[in-house]
Design a protein around this ligand. Structure first.
Ligand code: NAI
Ligand code: 2PC
Length: 315
């Protein structure tokens, strides 16, 4: 096996193979394993980041090893602070799967769909655990790739009665609404989108707060996905201090989230702690899930390979 060249699996194939109904339970299991901090289950250091100063962006290196599952991979992700109207992508990713025994590369997999779907699936897990069970109104701030994957999974698995979308430009929000067949409402301001919402998803490239605590309904759940640098924000101090804060990785949130670092908010628990039953899901409180994306690019990667080979492939 070590002599075989790597297989290349690209966007359309990943799209064909990944399904939320399979991804969500596998990610729940992986989040739980990670929070046990058992090195035979998952080793995943906080992402190393290389600044791309000239291009106002960063390269993130995200290795994971799951010894018990025999899976070793790293994601390479570039993310940028783009000007309004830029036609360049905000995030680009590739996942490399290695053989842990030989050290050779087994597969190079497009990371766009994995990043979009995995991130949205983990936010959906946070909402499953932390939102009010009768939540009716979803607000999405942002209109890019993550906005679309979050719209797709949240409307697939929860019965929201209303979906509101706000974007940096009115046209962007209207374009987004048309792209999902008109089932959402474009809002003229973030405040209009957020007031009274039960669940709020922030998926912007903003480096300054776009979501303010004074707008947020008590008891709402916020899945905060953007602002993955220690000096970038999506939420203000009021919200960060009022809410109970959960994260995918405690170390990641403390090192990389400007909303956590600059507000001084405490991370109450990881989602994996809630899944493992070691920390409570405080649904009645206002909750923020701070997603850094640290976790489990490996998990979808590992099951794409057998699916690609019609289940008969052995690693
Ligand atoms: N937590 C995680 O696991 C992940 C986080 N991200 C982050 O999520 C965010 C969204 O990612 P994508 O949808 O892939 O990017 P994208 O480039 O497709 O979309 C970004 C959206 O943010 C908007 N935006 C940019 N600057 C803004 C500002 N100052 N105010 C309001 N809106 C603004 C853009 O108009 C666009 O609608 C980025 O910050 C990205 O770094 C992306 C992937 C994974
Ligand atoms: O996990 C991920 O792919 C990213 N997190 C922050 C920017 C990209």
């Amino acid at each position: 096996m070590s002599g075989s060249p790597p297989v290349v699996i690209w966007e359309h194939e990943v799209e064909r193979l990944l399904q939320y109904r399979e991804l969500i339970p596998r990610l729940e299991e992986a989040l739980g394993k990670f929070s046990k901090r058992d090195s035979a289950e998952v080793i995943q250091p906080v992402r190393s980041t290389v600044p791309l100063q000239k291009h106002d962006g960063f390269l993130g290196l995200m290795p994971t090893y799951m010894e018990n599952d025999g899976v070793l991979s790293t994601k390479l992700v570039c993310f940028y602070n783009r000007e309004a109207g830029s036609s360049l992508p905000g995030v680009q990713a590739t996942v490399v799967l290695l053989d842990p025994e030989y050290g050779n590369v087994k597969a190079v997999i497009d990371g766009e769909v994995i990043t979009a779907m995995r991130t949205a699936a983990v936010s959906a897990i946070s909402a499953k655990l932390l939102m009010h069970p009768e939540a009716e109104v979803l607000a999405i701030l942002g209109t890019g790739k993550q906005a679309l994957s979050h719209y797709n999974v949240f409307t697939e698995i929860f019965p929201f009665k209303e979906v509101r979308v706000w974007g940096r430009t009115r046209e962007g929000a209207e374009r987004f609404v048309r792209s999902v067949g008109g089932a959402a409402r474009a809002c003229g301001s973030a405040e209009e989108a957020v007031r009274g919402a039960d669940v709020i998803v922030t998926v912007t490239g903003s480096t300054k707060p776009v979501l303010f605590g004074q707008w947020v309904k008590p008891g709402a759940h916020v899945a905060a996905v953007g602002a993955c640098r220690p000096d970038w924000r999506e939420m203000d101090d009021v919200l960060m201090k009022e809410a109970v804060v959960y994260a995918d990785s405690r170390e990641g949130a403390i090192a990389e989230s400007g909303d956590v670092v600059l507000s001084g908010a405490e991370v109450f628990a990881e989602l994996g702690d809630v899944i493992n039953g070691t920390k409570p899901a405080l649904r009645e409180k206002t909750t923020v899930f701070k997603s850094l994306g640290e976790l489990m690019k490996t998990e979808p990667t590992s099951f794409i390979i057998p699916l690609h080979y019609g289940k008969s492939f052995s690693c």
